[in-house]
Write a protein that binds this ligand. Structure first.
Ligand SMILES: [Zn+2]
Length: 332
């Protein structure tokens, strides 16, 4: 048994309380590689922001869960080395799909876990979430649950259609499951293709897709029923069109990739939404920088040469999200 407290990590409890009261949201960035971890920590330290580093099923398959845990431990020490004496870093399991997996992560130093029972029947979702909560709380680990189904395809989850969260269920669910935060579905979506062209309108000037707006009415209804309860948004990358353009310019092929407009995430951050998950934007920033670098430097073959601009580009994106979208800067 490794307690996250020994590793210098924190759970989400205090962090979310402050974020809800302060009208901002904590960034939850997925990580798979050392360069992503470094960029996340550098961005969080420079902006004095708390940060959630999250690990998906795909990340564990790619990098190995043990290695990722040591990387999170390394992130805490790295933040201190960069001049942040009290970093607020959460190591979170993204989309845990069983009690056993959540337990394994809790036993191995995670400070927060998600149990995603959103595809299960309602009562079953409550029962397993509750079991995870009972185990997690023994070790002061916080638990995120999910109600409602997000559309989109990513390495951890996939669903063709979304079902918005039903506001009439949230009070009963949060009370009976005992979860610490709740991921809801109000129109965000996983991946870099969040909406089909048919769901969007097209900007006549740029020819780019304009996605349908998030269902803020559902969010506000949920807030009314469980005032101050921490709400989480998954699938909240914005799919920056300059990165998509760079990828396409240097040999990539991402037609009609579209995300959630940042103004809408900025608005959501001011509500009880206190955790916003961003994964695809980091992938796009990394790929755009690497494609550009290799196209411009065809004779280079040292990975450090192209991973360095990739890391810089991700860091720039993380800082932008923290300062200009979520507002979690200067909160340490
Ligand atoms: Zn997700």
């Amino acid at each position: 048994m490794v307690s996250y407290k020994e590793l210098g990590l924190v759970n989400t409890r205090e962090m979310f309380k402050k974020a809800v009261a302060g009208g901002y949201a904590i960034p939850a960035f997925n990580f798979n590689t050392m360069e992503q971890m470094q960029a996340i920590v550098q961005a969080a330290v420079e902006t004095k922001s708390p940060v959630i580093m999250q690990v998906s099923k795909g990340a564990r398959a790619y990098a190995n869960g043990t290695i990722l845990r040591y990387m999170a431990q390394g992130a805490v020490e790295y933040a201190k080395e960069l001049g942040c004496p009290n970093p607020q870093i959460v190591l979170h399991l993204d989309h845990g799909d069983s009690f056993e997996l959540c337990k394994e992560c809790i036993d191995n130093g995670f400070s927060s876990v998600m149990f995603d029972g959103s595809a299960l029947p309602y009562e079953e979702n409550i029962a397993i979430t509750k079991k995870v909560v009972e185990y997690a709380h023994k070790y002061d680990v916080t638990v995120e649950a999910e109600l409602g189904v997000l559309a989109g395809v990513e390495d951890e989850v996939s669903s063709a259609v979304s079902h918005y969260t039903r506001p009439e269920e949230v009070e009963d669910f949060s009370k009976r499951s005992g979860c610490d935060s709740l991921a809801i579905s109000i129109g965000t979506s996983h991946g870099a293709y969040k909406f089909t062209p048919e769901q969007c309108t097209r900007d006549p000037k740029t020819g780019k897709l304009v996605p349908p707006p998030l269902a803020f009415n559902i969010l506000h209804e949920i807030e009314k029923r469980i005032p101050g309860f921490p709400i989480v948004l998954h699938g909240s990358s914005s799919v920056p069109q300059d990165e998509v353009d760079t990828i396409n310019k240097y040999g990539g092929k991402l037609p009609d990739a579209v995300g959630i407009p940042e103004e809408q995430l900025r608005e959501a951050s001011k509500s009880a939404v206190c955790k916003i998950n961003i994964d695809s934007d980091s992938r796009l920033a990394m790929t755009a920088a690497i494609r550009k670098y290799l196209a411009e430097n065809p004779s280079h073959f040292d990975p450090r040469q192209y991973l360095k601009p990739a890391r810089e580009n991700m860091k720039k994106m993380y800082i932008h999200k923290i300062v200009d979208v979520l507002g979690s800067n200067d909160k340490l």
